[in-house]
Design a protein. Structure first.
Length: 150
């Protein structure tokens, strides 16, 4: 009888320890996913450099499956990464950048965004537009969810 009681106590102790270990493991996994959501500031630097050089190929690595555009030339709506590539290519041909700078970068973990001014030349006429870029995390990559140049 005494051995049955000892075995029962050991079994209950093992169940208790295993539940604590499981809860601790879940807590560690949740904190690890929060750490992954922090954006590397280099992402906005690379996007800024790509826009400055009108290099759609450099921007295309940040185009996700659905990117929303609102552009000065009247383009607005959601585009696949393939469509977005050609939309940007056409836009940069018409609105040649003369100077672009992201002035306000907010790399918050849940919804990072940046704003700036896009100075351009369109058919010999110089002008400027405000830019808004927001990013979302898809898997391990940051993608442009919205690009507004108006």
């Amino acid at each position: 009888m005494k051995t049955c009681f000892n075995i029962l106590i050991l079994l209950l102790f093992a169940v208790f320890i295993s539940s604590i270990y499981s809860q601790q493991k879940n807590l560690i996994q949740k904190s690890d996913t929060n750490k992954q959501a922090v954006i590397d500031p280099v992402v906005f630097d690379e996007i800024e450099e790509a826009i400055n050089s009108c290099d759609v190929a450099k921007i295309s690595r940040y185009l996700g499956p659905q990117t929303y555009f609102s552009l000065t030339n009247g383009i607005n709506g959601y585009y696949s990464s393939n469509q977005a590539y050609y939309v940007l290519e056409d836009f940069f041909k018409l609105y040649r950048v003369t100077k672009f700078k992201l002035e306000n970068v907010k790399p918050g973990s849940s919804n990072p965004y940046a704003t700036g001014t896009y100075h351009y030349d369109n058919r010999g006429r110089r002008s400027s537009a405000q830019v808004y870029i927001s990013l979302t995390k898809t898997g391990n990559n940051w993608n442009i969810s919205q690009l507004t140049i108006n």
